[in-house]
Design a protein around this ligand. Structure first.
Ligand SMILES: Cc1cc2nc3c(=O)[nH]c(=O)nc-3n(C[C@H](O)[C@H](O)[C@H](O)COP(=O)(O)OP(=O)(O)OC[C@H]3O[C@@H](n4cnc5c(N)ncnc54)[C@H](O)[C@@H]3O)c2cc1C
Length: 379
């Protein structure tokens, strides 16, 4: 009987895993890929939506386009997980698996930051980005605060990108001189594992007159006074607040009893949880790497390699290396890149590649190659 692999979550991690298993094993494996949504959206597309560079419908990749030997996609919401029995309950029924892979990503906890939902905006969901796309064209003077409400958060460079793209957006509309931009982040620098990348970003902020406050977290917003309150008690007045909400594990994982701290603990070499045959990859796992699509993909490759090796009686893959390359928008059509290595050295390290139009093309290629591999779209 074909091995039954049940993948919960069709994001970066789930899509890469299903694709690799199908490519290597075809009908020899029975992959069920399950997601509550009907489509996938790249994280970086949210910035494009927010700044009106594209329409929300244009960035949605419908799961119904997935046609892969051995893989079936089901649009269902996971409501309970029994990791010991590898039994999953959804809003449409239940599933048993030989191998269960948790790839459910991280959720946002807006309520953890009082006032954020009422007085602020977030740009980390498609709905939030879409809402801001309606607000930004009418904002022509005043103070914009871009603030992070908790760490770790997805794609650490994303709020820096938002600040730089905000400068471009306001400049293009001829209102930059009437606006101030302030950026607050709880990390000690924009990209701590790469001092070179952080220096380049801090220089870019200074050149564009963007006020930058590292090492501070936004704890609440006071809508009546229009101030953001930081973890040292300082207050930042704003006319428009753009927040990165505090992240948390999806509630169904919390209820499953698999979590000790905030996310699902795994063996960082194999991504296996303490439950045999149950793996966790990507943002929902606690591995010691940043929450980003490229790391979710890397983890998926290790799990896929291990399952393929088992099916083909081959050698197990090398342990997960925690490496990934992140593109960073610097504005004016130029994109930089940082190549990060989180697990193989004594401490995390990163190599910076300066922003250029060539790297902007590479980022395009990054997106289109995945659209082709995962969804069969033309490159
Ligand atoms: C503004 C922004 C910019 C970003 N830029 C980049 C970038 O340039 N490069 C990069 O690598 N990363 C980037 N990221 C981060 C990246 O999007 C995430 O880290 C990545 O998607 C994580 O992959 P994942 O597979 O772990 O989870 P996800 O891709 O989040 O997928 C999880 C899936 O699980 C599903 N799900 C959750 N709960 C349930 C449930 N109960 N039942 C059924 N389904 C459920 C969700 O619908 C979702 O489809 C960015 C993120 C943001 C917000």
């Amino acid at each position: 009987m074909a091995q039954r692999v049940l993948i919960l979550g069709a994001g970066f991690g789930g899509l890469e895993l299903a694709t690799m298993l199908s490519e290597a094993l075809g009908e020899e494996v029975e992959v069920t890929l399950l997601d509550r949504a009907d489509s996938f959206v790249f994280g970086f597309s949210k910035l494009d939506v927010m700044f009106g560079r594209t329409a929300p419908d244009a960035v949605r990749l419908a799961y119904r386009q997935i046609v892969k030997p051995g893989v079936r996609f089901l649009q269902e919401t996971v409501t309970a997980i029994d990791p010991a029995a590898r039994h999953v309950t959804t809003d449409a029924g239940s599933h048993e698996a030989d191998v269960l892979v948790l790839a459910l990503g991280a959720d946002y906890d807006l309520d953890a930051t009082p006032g954020l939902a009422q007085a602020g905006n977030e740009f980390y969901s498609v709905a939030g980005a879409e809402r801001l796309a309606g607000i930004l064209p009418t904002f022509s003077s005043g103070r914009i605060v871009i603030g992070v409400c908790g760490a770790p958060f997805k794609c650490p460079p994303a709020p820096s990108e938002a600040a730089l793209l905000m400068h471009d957006h306001l400049s293009a509309r001829g209102v930059r001189d009437q606006c101030e931009i302030e950026f607050v982040i709880p990390l000690s620098s924009p990209v701590p594992p790469s001092p070179e990348t952080s220096r380049a970003l801090i220089e870019a902020f200074a050149e564009r007159d963007i006020a930058f406050t590292p090492g501070r977290r936004v704890t609440s917003l006071d809508g009546e006074r229009s101030v953001a309150i930081l973890d040292d008690g300082a207050e930042l007045p704003f006319d428009l607040f753009l927040g990165v909400p505090k992240h948390t594990a999806p509630p169904v994982l919390v209820a499953s009893g698999m979590i000790d701290e905030v996310y699902v603990p795994v063996d960082s070499r194999t991504l296996e949880t303490r439950f045999p045959g149950v793996y966790a990859i990507g943002d929902c796992a606690q591995v010691g790497v940043p929450k980003a699509g490229v790391f979710a993909e890397g983890a998926a490759r290790v799990v896929a390699g291990s399952l393929i090796a088992r099916a083909q009686h081959g050698e197990q893959p090398d342990p997960y290396d925690g490496r990934g390359s992140c593109f960073i928008e610097f504005g004016a059509g130029r994109i930089g890149r940082v190549d990060i290595d989180f697990l193989s050295g004594e401490k995390p390290s990163g190599i910076f590649r300066a922003p250029s139009v060539e790297l902007a093309r590479d980022k395009q290629q990054f997106g289109s190659s995945r659209r082709a591999r995962w969804f069969g779209a033309e490159e």
